[in-house]
Design a protein around this ligand. Structure first.
Ligand code: NAD
Length: 506
């Protein structure tokens, strides 16, 4: 692909639409700071228009009244359309987010397609009607429940996995017949815009899927608070998630929050060092640590700390860190200058707190690194769980090694966190690993692996990592209302038990 700057517009009512203000925002490649795209800086007026369009589409029934078979057919076409556009989507995702092209080409696009396909498959299996199991109550009654769309949804997503996290919201929302307005992060809006066009071409009617681009503080906040929004699906920081929860509470809106984490990885004393070191890299270095469920508190038996850290460093030295568009690259850049600065600040905090750096600790410099935002994988050793850089989410390639003396202590440390998103256990003993997994207070636990998020299993957090679950059956439930319909089959009021009993038919 060439180096032209891609120009986008907002996607509202099935069409590209220039924003009200005419102002544009630059989207850059974090490897070299080159501007690769421009998107509109939407205004609150644009949000109003997008929501009117979503509301009108919803009320018209053009999508909300479709049968399950009709929706499944469109979602299946959308799945195929995503796969047909695989190369373009993967390329744009890597270019703007800093994720390696190797990963986006396989994992990210397949995940988006998987979310659509799985939502369609689960929708097809859901009973259209559930009949009350009790026999006629005090009077002959026909009593049953159905699921209905909630209405207009807002999907607000962060910059680390723009496509995947958008699909976690729009796939179940669409499957259940809702309309949605997506607001991607300002630095990575491009693939969500591309998906809007792809889905609309695949048969999602105009107005059902809209995308507005602009800063969270102005339009994200306005969108979440808007009376036309019935449900908010938010992924992002715990700080902003808390604000969204307040806004949702004010409007009694339905809300799903996927927030931050500081996930613990417990190495058991029977662990294989080669597996433990590879698992550590997978847990904290995937996407240079910019993953909400990253394993960034490494609990190691004290006597194994030196040997394990040596094995980890050995593997880090073999990684290729550089241009994310090169298929040989293992780790790309940090997504933004702001995030790089956050990482550097936390490394300084860790040093000031007395944790020792066993590897890294610096911004990468020289050659290609000078134009972009690159940071060395960094290992702090001899940390305690009370240190600020160990407790707070850094969102970068920084591992905090905490030595422990017995397993109960390790589990207590693992659970001593305001977060509860991911957790992991490394062991050669399946029974022990499973027992430890059950004692961790987190929404996911991985044993001898990490980051396995599947469209057919729920994903979400305990504690301040959020509430609600994305993916699979749980997500479809979170984007629908349940309605009980009850019909008294007594032919007339005079012979009705209820009217007679209450005296309303005299
Ligand atoms: P962020 O909270 O700053 O922003 C997330 C989204 O919210 C963006 O689209 C942003 O524009 C918007 N936003 C910002 N302020 C807003 C406001 N006041 N009202 C409404 N919207 C607002 O997060 P980020 O920096 O983009 O992403 C990193 C964070 O996301 C990390 O904390 C990470 O752990 C979290 N995250 C969580 C998950 C998960 O599934 N739990 C996944 C990925 C990222």
């Amino acid at each position: 692909m060439n180096k032209e700057i891609l120009e986008y517009q907002l996607f509202i009512d099935g069409q590209w639409t220039a924003g009200e203000s005419g102002e544009m925002m630059d989207v850059i490649n974090p490897s070299n700071r080159e501007v690769v795209a421009r998107v509109p800086r939407a205004t609150q007026g644009d949000v109003d228009i997008a929501l009117q369009s979503a509301r009108a589409a919803f009320e018209s029934g053009v999508w909300s009244n479709k049968t399950i078979d009709e929706k499944v057919e469109v979602l299946t076409r959308a799945t195929m359309a995503v796969l047909a556009n695989k190369d373009k989507l993967a390329w744009l995702e890597a270019l703007t987010s800093g994720a390696t092209l190797r990963r986006t080409s396989f994992v990210d696009v397949m995940s988006v397609a998987g979310s659509l396909a799985m939502s369609a498959a689960i929708l097809k299996q859901l009973p259209e009607v559930e009949h009350a199991i009790c026999p006629p109550w005090v009077a002959p009654m026909h009593s049953y429940t159905i699921r209905e769309p909630i209405g207009v949804c807002a999907g607000i997503t962060p910059w680390n996995f723009p496509m995947i996290l958008a699909a976690y919201k729009f796939a179940p929302a669409l499957a259940m017949g809702n309309s949605i307005v997506m607001k991607p992060a300002s630095i990575t809006p491009v693939t969500t815009l591309e998906l809007a066009k792809i889905l609309t071409d695949a048969g999602i009617p105009p107005g059902v899927f809209n995308v507005i681009t602009g800063p969270g503080a102005s339009i994200g906040n306005y969108l979440a608070a808007h009376p036309q929004v019935d449900k908010i699906g938010f992924t992002g920081s715990t700080e902003v998630g808390r604000q969204i929860a307040h806004l949702a509470a004010d409007g009694i809106k339905r809300v799903t929050l996927e927030l931050g984490g500081k996930s613990p990885l417990i190495i058991l004393d029977d662990a294989d060092i080669d597996m433990a070191s590879s698992m550590t890299l997978l847990a904290f270095l995937t996407h240079s640590g910019q993953v909400c469920e990253s394993g960034t508190r490494l609990l190691v038996p004290r006597k194994m700390q030196d040997q394990l850290v040596e094995a980890i460093i050995d593997k880090i030295k073999k990684l290729n860190i550089g241009d994310q568009m090169d298929l040989a690259t293992d780790l790309g850049p940090i997504a933004s200058a702001q995030q790089l600065q956050t990482i550097m600040n936390y490394v300084k905090i860790g040093q000031d707190e007395g944790a020792q750096i066993a590897y890294g600790g610096n911004r990468l410099q020289g050659g290609i690194y000078d134009n972009g935002f690159f940071h060395e994988p960094t290992i702090f050793i001899n940390c305690t769980n009370q240190m600020q850089h160990v407790r707070e989410e850094i969102f970068g390639p920084v591992q905090c090694v905490i030595p422990y003396d017995d397993l109960d202590e390790a589990i207590a440390i693992a659970n001593d966190s305001p977060y509860g998103l991911g957790g992991g256990v490394c062991s050669t003993n399946t029974t022990r690993a499973q027992q430890v997994a059950k004692r961790m207070r987190t929404g996911s636990v991985w044993i001898n692996t990490w980051h396995i998020l599947r469209p057919d299993v729920p994903f979400g957090g305990y504690k301040e990592s959020g509430y609600g679950r994305e993916n699979c059956y749980h997500a479809l439930m979170a984007y629908s209302e349940v309605k009980h319909i009850c019909q008294d089959l007594t032919p007339d009021a005079r012979s009705s038990f209820i009217y007679t009993f209450l005296g309303f038919n005299r």
